[in-house]
Design a protein around this ligand. Structure first.
Ligand code: DX5
Ligand code: ZN
Length: 215
């Protein structure tokens, strides 16, 4: 079930933060469709990365949409700040919110004219997302435990894409974690249509070849 358009979203977590504008331009010139921004709070995940001010600075130089992946507790508090910073797609984690609040969270994200995404961690069953597929623009299936770039792809997690694609033909299914040409191909065959890649893109010798090989 290969989808028509595949959105490639290089994760700037693997970029050189002292040369962020240069690395953003490199990815854009190599054919990146979006830029993936990993926001971590040291609570929901053990790592701390970047937040609202850096996202706002990136917005000033980026041409492509900003795909912001919130790996934080209380995502509700940060919807408006990230909207103001220029996020185009805002993805929260299913595991970080109360089930009763998910629909209103999605509506709130959309009310700021952003696309709404929800992510599931490796141990979370795909079925939990089924009630929300009609409301979400994107479902992000993690293929590593969130927290760090450069981890090994978990094939069992990618299998979850199949049942989600069966339930929804039009939702964007994104995968994140250990994606390269080979693992990305598996995910696309299962029905994913957005690939995040950090190390594979930014640690490659030829960024154009790396991005093109994911398409
Ligand atoms: C992991 C992050 C990923 C990470 C991916 O928690 O959500 O976006 O940057 O990095 P790679 O592609 O190197 O696994
Ligand atoms: Zn991510």
């Amino acid at each position: 079930m290969i989808q028509n358009k595949i959105f490639i979203s290089p994760s700037i977590l693997s970029a050189d933060f002292a040369n962020l504008e240069r690395d953003i331009k490199r990815a854009e010139n190599a054919g990146a469709d979006w830029l993936h921004i990993d926001v971590m709070d040291g609570h929901f995940v053990p790592n701390i990365t970047i937040g609202v001010p850096v996202t706002a600075s990136i917005k000033k130089v980026a041409k492509v949409p900003l795909d912001v992946h919130l790996m934080i507790e209380n995502p509700d508090k940060y919807i408006e700040p990230f909207a103001n910073a220029g996020a185009d797609i805002l993805t929260f984690h299913y595991e970080a919110v109360d089930e009763a609040n998910i629909k209103s969270l999605i509506e709130k994200i959309k009310s700021f004219n952003m696309k709404a995404g929800m992510s599931i961690k490796p141990k979370t069953a795909p079925e939990v997302a089924f009630p929300y597929l009609d409301y979400l623009d994107m479902l992000l299936v993690m293929t590593v435990e969130p927290g760090f770039g450069g981890q090994k792809f978990m094939p069992d997690c990618a299998e979850k894409i199949k049942s989600i694609r069966q339930k929804s033909s039009d939702i964007i299914i994104q995968v994140d974690g250990g994606i390269n040409a080979e693992t990305g191909k598996i995910c696309k065959e299962y029905g994913a249509n957005s690939l995040v890649a950090g190390n594979y893109v930014y640690k490659s010798e030829n960024i154009i070849e790396a991005i093109q090989s994911l398409k």
